[in-house]
Design a protein around this ligand. Structure first.
Ligand code: PMP
Length: 398
């Protein structure tokens, strides 16, 4: 019998033994504050549905109408026969929302990062990347072939030093350079020091790219994102966005100056070689932009909920790490403890998945609570009560 796949079962056993095996749950209901998971109705603390839009009637209606008008599938890549009037409309609306010259829509935030980074730098170039950047940034960097220099997390001084050091290096100097940072870090909920990054990028004349996946719909006026939050309009060359979180749908985009977007229309590989976002998704995204532009109510509710949850959890003695946003890690450290905590919460009808290596460093396991505008105060209170109960039971808090 062939032995060539034996290594996989060995690796999987290893994951189980180390508490690193990810038990993927199945959701059997629409997204919301309460969802049905593996047949059980549970309080949802895991989704990126910041504003509760994923199951909003206005998005559902827009998607249905778009299917009737344009059909189900895109049937082509954007650059051949897949670009619909709807895609161009969404790009224009997103540009206005973000306060940039132009945007280009991709299938996801992940492909936006892959497409943008690999089109902007290549093998003669260098990327300066925050050490905690999202996997799609890391993969985009690798795909580009550029030299990748990691700098200490959110440390502008370390970034400045790294750029100087690369510039001073003997031999072949780099042609182009790109600084990349998450805007809001997805596992800790802390915010990049954008004004300092902008200053450094301008001082060294290096391109600056910020992934605003967890900033839009959350930071800035009416959820316009990190650039708006810090009033840095026109000073960040490339912004990456996703429609899969606060916008409640799926899809991604790159925002910036006209020439960048034009270049990505020509050279963004997922745009050229992978089929377009569906009409239903695109129309639902447009409906989200309408909602965000019409009122700040959902963004305000999100923050009110996040502040309340975090302060109550801190009062109980939980460590919420460095979070400055609705992403609320409950730091536990040990992988096994995180799994056990999550499993006990699930028994109490609270769904909070453990986040362990390789998503975060070994020994930095946590439960990451994602607060949403969809949660009512009673939902948060119920969650806090159950965290307190299980936390005491497992000796995490007293
Ligand atoms: N960037 C960051 C910072 C993210 O957290 C994510 C999603 N986990 C992505 C990009 C990818 O977005 P999408 O789900 O739209 O592919």
């Amino acid at each position: 019998m062939s032995n060539k796949l034996k290594w996989i079962s060995e690796e999987l056993n290893h994951l189980h033994a180390q508490g690193l095996y990810n038990n993927i749950r199945t959701i059997e209901s629409p997204q919301g504050a309460w969802i049905v998971v593996d047949g059980k109705r549970v309080l949802n603390f895991c989704s990126n549905n910041y504003l509760g839009l994923a199951n909003d009637a206005r998005l559902r209606d827009a998607a249905k109408r778009a299917i009737d008008q344009y059909g189900a599938g895109p049937a082509a890549v954007r650059s051949i026969a897949g670009t619909l009037a709807l895609h161009r409309e969404l790009e224009a609306r997103l540009a206005k929302f973000k306060g940039v010259e132009a945007t280009i829509v991709f299938q996801s935030g992940f492909t936006s990062n892959l497409g943008a980074i690999s089109a902007l730098v290549g093998k003669d170039d260098v990327i300066f990347s925050d050490e905690l950047n999202h996997a799609s940034i890391i993969d985009g960097g690798r795909l580009s072939g550029a030299k990748i220099v990691r700098y200490a997390h959110n440390d502008a001084g370390a970034l400045d030093d790294a750029i100087k050091k690369e510039g001073d290096r003997e031999g072949r100097p780099y042609t182009r350079a790109l600084i990349i940072s998450d805007g809001v870090f997805s596992m800790d909920g802390d915010i990049a020091p954008l004004p300092a990054l902008v200053d450094i990028a301008e001082k060294h004349d290096v391109m600056l790219m910020i992934d605003d996946a967890h900033g839009e719909g959350v930071l800035g006026r009416g959820g316009r994102g990190i650039v708006d939050h810090f009033k840095m309009h026109g000073r960040v060359d490339i912004e990456i966005g996703t429609m899969s979180k606060a916008f409640g749908v799926v899809g991604g985009y790159v925002a910036g100056k006209n020439e960048i977007v034009e270049w990505l229309n020509q050279r963004g590989r997922p745009f050229l070689f992978s089929s377009a976002l569906t009409a239903a998704d695109t129309a639902a995204c447009l409906a989200s932009v309408d909602i965000l532009e019409s009122s700040t109510e959902l963004v305000d509710k999100l923050w009110e909920n996040a502040r309340y949850f975090k302060s109550e959890m801190k009062k109980l003695g939980f460590d919420t790490g460095k979070s400055e946003t609705p992403i609320t890690p409950i730091m536990l450290g040990d992988e096994m403890l995180a799994r056990k905590f999550s499993a006990r919460l699930f028994e109490e009808n609270v769904f909070a998945m453990p986040i362990t290596y390789p998503t975060v460093a070994k020994g930095k396991a946590r439960l990451r609570v994602m607060i949403s505008a969809a949660h009512a105060r009673a939902d948060l209170d119920r969650g806090i009560e159950m965290f307190a109960k299980v936390g005491k039971e497992l000796g995490v808090v007293r």
